[in-house]
Design a protein around this ligand. Sequence first.
Ligand code: NI
Length: 172
Amino acid sequence: MALLPILKYPDPRLKEPALPVTKFDAELEKLVEDMAETMYAAPGIGLAANQVGVLLRLFIIDIASEDEPSDLKVFVNPEIVELTGTQVYEEGCLSFPGASEEIKRAAKVRVRAQDQKGNPFELVADGLLAVAIQHENDHINGVLMIDKVNPLKRRKISRQVHDAQVRAGDAI
Ligand code: NI
């Protein structure tokens, strides 16, 4: 397993829509393992393949809290087939270190996807899992949390990311 570098906003690669996964092989399983290790180390609750520079329609989510056993969910070639209701949740993103903003999304989602072996499944989710699925599904379409908010909030997120980078000493 290996930790993968996470692309940070405004890296233009985050804006590129990802391509369908066609090969379910050992390489894909290795990618999922490395992404999981990277997400847990960050730590984060979701990670899309294009956040680690791999342009594939694939994301992982684990919303289990620290005192619960891990519950890794792998979504390959996901398709959100139903969105109902609305909810507002304060979201963060591993590509936007230091930033958080309230974002309005559907309360409930129905998603069809495949696991890393290619087995199809369907899942209905609400609450935080529904938020995470919509957030990660945006990633693989090249859509970022900053694209979901008004210009004022966009500037705030941009400033939060900038300030965090200054604190980390890797940018000015
Ligand atoms: Ni994100």
